[in-house]
Design a protein around this ligand. Structure first.
Ligand code: NAD
Length: 337
């Protein structure tokens, strides 16, 4: 029965994506330009005028829960839910990324330090070869590791090479490292000029002061900040700080991270809301992230879970439910880095 449900949901997702691809195909001539992609804004909810808008750094990024995307301050559209690949072996990673793409997921998060950029590249190539999606529809994020900050130009080229891509949608510095992160970020700025990177951002900057230190020393405003963010650590202060820059927050450990997911899954508030919607705890938590304005990249090597995690667009949390979930914040991180 469970298998049947999964197959039916997969078919529904595939059908909706085929429709989406057909729409995108109609405007393919517009996508030939080097302008930021606006392909997903071709859905009925987004007017032509909207797709022409240049986002300003001072605007709060708007999550579109119909298209499942957000317009970054770089001008590029980014899916708001995808797949994380931390701690996935090569074969697990390739299989997971392939299934995420098969099920309609379009956002993939990897990192040089995960050692699986090649596997991500192979899965993407396979999905493209099989006609599941095009390169332009996929949004790939990778991260520059701290040991590479002194050789950042070469690190960018090496990630491109390992991924087998002509450009990376988003590259972020993996951690704050005041002695040389400005230089590394400046190398990413040059790579944006060269067309190697489309958007750039940061990860693991936990205070407004540290974020501003980097912003004030560089030119391109970070499109995104990826920090540990979940129900018990909602990153409220940083999120408020990011608003003035139009920088979006992306949640790592969106489900609490390996070893801690059951803590969040069994939280009684989460369980009662899950029962009310006939959804899983994971889906309630992920839907909370999206409605709260956090991009989520849950990690999994299990295709059933990957499909489940992407299937969060057919229900909505009420304001009262959002408030109950928001009230769970304890400002408590699970990781110590
Ligand atoms: P997560 O919160 O996504 O949880 C992953 C765990 O949840 C795994 O054990 C997985 O098996 C389980 N899981 C996933 N979906 C499930 C479902 N539907 N039902 C039951 N269990 C489910 O933790 P994560 O993967 O570590 O973090 C997400 C992603 O964030 C990573 O994969 C990585 O891409 C990124 N990340 C970034 C940093 C950073 O420093 N920037 C650090 C950690 C993770």
């Amino acid at each position: 029965m469970k298998k049947l449900t999964v197959i039916v949901t997969a078919l529904a997702l595939l059908l909706s994506f085929t429709a989406c691809s057909a729409l995108e195909g109609n405007q393919s001539s517009q996508e030939q330009t080097s302008q930021p992609e606006t392909s997903l804004s071709s859905t009925p909810d987004t007017s032509a005028e909207d797709s022409m808008q240049e986002p300003s750094n001072n605007e709060t990024a708007q999550f579109n829960l119909e298209t499942g995307t957000v317009l970054l301050n770089s001008g590029y559209e980014m899916p708001i839910i995808g797949l994380g690949t931390f701690q996935l072996s090569d074969s697990e990673c390739e299989n997971s990324v392939y299934h995420a793409l098969l099920y309609g997921g379009r956002l993939i998060d990897t990192a040089r330090i995960y050692g699986n950029e090649e596997a991500v590249g192979r899965a993407i190539q396979r999905a493209i070869d099989e006609g599941i999606c095009t390169r332009e529809e996929i949004f790939v994020t990778t991260k520059m590791w701290t040991a590479d900050y002194d050789n950042a130009d070469a690190a960018i080229d090496a990630s491109l090479e390992r991924l087998g891509l002509d450009y990376i949608d988003l590259m972020i510095l993996h951690h704050s490292q005041p002695e040389n992160d400005v230089e590394a970020y400046q190398a990413m700025e040059r790579a944006v000029e060269d067309g190697k990177l489309r958007s750039i951002g940061l990860s693991n900057y936990y205070t407004p002061e540290d974020f501003d230190r980097l912003v004030n020393a560089t030119t391109i405003t970070p499109a995104l900040l990826q920090n540990e963010t979940h129900l018990y650590h909602q990153s409220t202060q940083m999120k408020e700080h990011l608003e003035q820059y139009g920088t979006v927050l992306e949640s790592w450990f969106p489900l609490g991270g390996r070893g801690q997911t059951q803590i969040l899954f069994n939280d009684e508030t989460v369980v009662s809301i899950a029962e009310a919607h006939d959804k899983t705890s994971a889906q309630i938590i992920l839907r909370w992230h999206l409605q709260a304005g956090n991009i989520a990249i849950p990690g999994s090597s299990n295709p059933d879970h990957i499909l489940e995690n992407l299937s969060v667009f057919d229900f909505e949390l009420s304001q009262e439910e959002m408030d109950r979930l928001t009230a769970l914040d304890r400002n408590e991180r699970f990781a110590d880095y």
